[in-house]
Write a protein of this length. Structure first.
Length: 271
């Protein structure tokens, strides 16, 4: 057996999204839909039943000109870890249709197990899960452009961002054939990461000191494991979901908005 076939270290794949670079162009959304065969309707104006694994939100500081400022925030699935290795959605699923991988840190979704109770949607604080209200209907000949590595979802099941897990499986198979267990950083990248023209999305193993995501949000052991980078934050940190998607922003109001602290301060002032 090759010397390279050593036991792989536990991985924790995650994202770092630089909001100072994001222009809100939506390339990540388009790439995600194309890569993962995300269904769409003829009329997408009704967002209550549309499906968007990656969604870009527009934030504003609610100040008049000339102090007005905006920020665009891409939101994939946070792939929460919680305090006990389980995300909120995993904890409530009665069908074990969603699971947390201790090997990769990725929260999976097994469509053939899902019976559409939507408990996971109620438990997710990030609105990152979507229910299929209809069977996907693709325009003529568009079936030829579908990704054969991603299964189509039927009506009545929940779906979400998977960090393009099929790409991880392909990278692992390639590495195995080459008699190695460790993946290079560029071997497994999500579609949204590669499509971003501004380079705002970085993807990799948060546990690997050689990966860019680890360097950008390296934890500080002297401050409870919080990132050393003062620009780093996560959405709704106070809920304790421990998400694997980090954001960077040099703007204080953006970092506060990530945890609704601006609203909280306003409420305190009223009291």
């Amino acid at each position: 057996m090759s010397k390279n076939l050593k036991h792989a270290k536990t991985k924790k794949y995650g994202m770092v999204i630089d909001l100072d670079k994001c222009t809100g162009c939506g390339s990540c959304m388009v790439a995600c839909m194309s890569e993962n065969n995300v269904p769409f309707k003829k009329d997408e104006s009704n967002k209550l039943d549309s499906i968007t694994w990656m969604r870009v939100y527009k934030l504003t500081n609610d100040k008049p000109f000339p102090e007005a400022d905006i920020c665009y925030l891409p939101r994939p699935c946070m792939h929460c870890e919680g305090h006990h290795g389980h995300s909120p959605c995993v904890s409530v699923c009665p069908a074990t249709a969603t699971d947390y991988s201790m090997d990769t840190g990725i929260v999976s979704q097994i469509y053939t197990r899902c019976f559409g109770c939507r408990y996971c949607m109620a438990a997710c604080p990030y609105h990152a899960r979507y229910f299929n209200w209809w069977d996907p209907v693709w325009p003529a000949d568009m079936e030829k452009s579908l990704n054969p590595n991603v299964s189509l979802r039927m009506r009545g099941v929940v779906e979400k961002c998977s960090f393009c897990f099929h790409r991880y499986q392909a990278a692992v198979d390639k590495a195995y054939n080459e008699e190695r267990r460790e993946l290079e950083e560029n071997e497994y990248q999500t579609a949204c990461t590669q499509a971003c023209p501004a380079g705002a999305i970085t993807f990799g193993d948060l546990n690997n000191p050689d990966h860019q995501v680890h360097k950008m949000v390296e934890p500080d052991p002297h401050h409870g494991g919080r990132p050393k980078n003062p620009k780093a934050f996560r959405l709704l940190e106070r809920l304790g979901t421990n998400p694997k998607v980090y954001y960077l922003s040099s703007k204080e109001w953006v970092r506060k908005a990530g945890d609704n602290s601006v609203k909280n301060e306003t409420q305190k002032n009223h009291h």
